[in-house]
Design a protein around this ligand. Structure first.
Ligand SMILES: O=C(O)C1=C[C@@H](OP(=O)(O)O)[C@@H](O)[C@H](O)C1
Ligand SMILES: C=C(OP(=O)(O)O)C(=O)O
Length: 437
């Protein structure tokens, strides 16, 4: 990652125009992984050129997969087949990406060689027992650092057992790690979840020709099949669109059209939450792209009010809470979030990070172990820290648009992991946002 980068944000004017945000991060990771293990040559279009997904590309190249990049957002992957990866000569660097590390833990557990997964300082503080434990039940041998943190050393083992796994947390990363190990398992691997998490691994396995049975909250597959190369068209990332949905809702006079946004129902919880707060967001030009629902989203300014967030929405908007906190701090009345303790183990503790930054701008925020109570009101300018968390940085830039004075947001370089040109696109749409000199 580049050095530390501060932003100067807000106040801004009305947001107008059309935007296409970059490709979906979850889909981009999975497209590279499955294409690498497929028979034949796959083409990926709309790939996210972000640091997280580029880390996944670099990892597969280190394991002997030829991945061409003829143009931005395009990747040509010459699959090596399920057993064709080469033993890496050095540790595989997942950078800041929890998705890369957890999915790869499952995928590498089924290889015949040893491998080590490392990450940056933030990833090295994120819990990995959640994948190590179910994978160990499948016969995988994975050693972690003290406390179950990265690095992970994965001992090669080609004959994994299948399991019937009841996950206690709703996590697509854990579910996907187990399913990817299950490709190498004998018999049927099944994962059940307390609430359904995003289902991209299941959908994409099916697109690559692997038989997989899945319905809300449950997925199952058997080992011993093959993946067939295919074409993947990656939709625009709803989580990146989220910052514009919130900003245009908040700033008077705004109207933005967001093109080709992925509308997988396991991702669009924020849409329901914002509508419950009074947002005016219309879904237009609905279609399908590579097996995923997509649509254009037209968002117009509307006065927002606080809500008691429905806990059932939490997994469907797990990455959108920093943006929701920004909306809540500027809405009329009180917003209550519960059942979202997972936010404490993301790139930062997102409850603490947002509570402390919004408080520094004048908001009244009470932290709870699994959420927060936010009293909406006015914000003033100030100096806040994103704690090196991309979603916190972008959400604070949104909140700053409505602040009475300029906001310095510290440590924003991490935005390049999921949305490299956020500052440029946002400024072009009307955000007050520039790098601090
Ligand atoms: O599977 C995925 O691609 C992701 C799953 C979510 O994490 P959890 O599985 O920890 O909920 C999400 O926060 C992350 O950004 C991407
Ligand atoms: C939590 C996130 O990603 P990851 O877990 O892949 O680091 C995110 O992008 O908000």
């Amino acid at each position: 990652m580049a050095g530390r980068q501060d932003w100067l944000a807000g106040p801004g004017g009305a947001l107008r125009g059309e935007i296409r945000v970059p490709g979906d991060k979850s889909v981009s990771h999975r497209a590279i992984m499955l294409a690498a293990l497929a028979d034949g040559c796959s083409r990926i279009e709309g790939f996210l050129e972000g640091e997280d997904t580029l880390a996944t590309v670099a990892i597969f190249r280190r394991m002997g997969v030829d991945i061409g990049a003829p143009s931005p957002g395009e990747r040509i992957v010459r699959g090596v087949g399920l057993h064709g990866l080469r033993a890496p000569q050095e540790p595989l660097d997942c950078g800041n990406s929890g998705t890369a590390m957890r999915l790869l833990a499952g995928l590498l557990a089924g290889q015949s060689f040893d491998s080590t997964l490392v990450g940056d300082a933030s990833l090295s503080r994120r819990p990995m027992r959640r994948v190590i434990e179910p994978l160990a039940r499948m016969g995988a041998r994975i050693e972690a650092g003290e406390g179950g943190f990265p690095p992970l050393t994965i001992r090669g083992k080609n004959d994994l057992q299948s399991i019937d796994f009841n996950n206690e947390i709703a996590s697509a990363q854990v579910k996907s790690a187990v399913l990817l190990a299950g490709l190498y398992g004998r018999g049927e691997t099944r994962v059940r979840e307390p609430r359904p998490s995003r289902d991209y691994t299941e959908r994409m396995l099916a697109a690559f020709g692997w038989p997989v049975r899945f319905r809300t909250g449950e997925a199952a597959l058997e080992g011993g099949h093959r993946l067939r190369a295919t074409e993947v068209r990656v939709p625009a990332d709803f989580s990146s669109a989220a910052f514009f949905l919130v900003a245009a809702s908040l700033v008077p006079g705004s109207e933005l059209l967001l093109r080709g946004v992925g509308m997988n129902p396991r991702r669009t919880g924020l849409l329901a939450a914002l509508r419950a707060m009074g947002a005016d967001i219309r879904v237009e030009a609905e279609g399908r792209q590579g097996g995923e629902p997509v649509a254009d989203l037209r968002v117009r300014h509307a006065p927002l009010h606080g809500i008691e967030l429905d806990e059932a929405l939490v997994p469907d908007m797990i990455d959108e809470f920093p943006a929701l906190f920004a909306a809540a701090a500027l809405a009329r009345g009180r917003t209550v979030v519960r059942g979202a303790a997972e936010l404490r183990v993301k790139e930062s503790d997102r409850i603490a990070a947002m509570a402390s930054a919004l408080r520094a701008l004048g908001a009244r925020v009470e932290e709870r172990p699994d959420g927060a109570v936010i009293e909406g009101g006015r914000l003033h300018g100030g100096d806040v820290d994103s704690l090196g968390d991309h979603r916190v940085a972008m959400s604070l830039a949104v909140a700053a648009q409505l602040a009475d004075g300029e906001v310095r947001i510290r440590d924003c370089a991490n935005v390049a992991t999921s949305f490299p040109d956020f500052a440029g696109l946002a400024a072009a749409a009307g955000f007050g946002l520039r790098p601090a000199g």
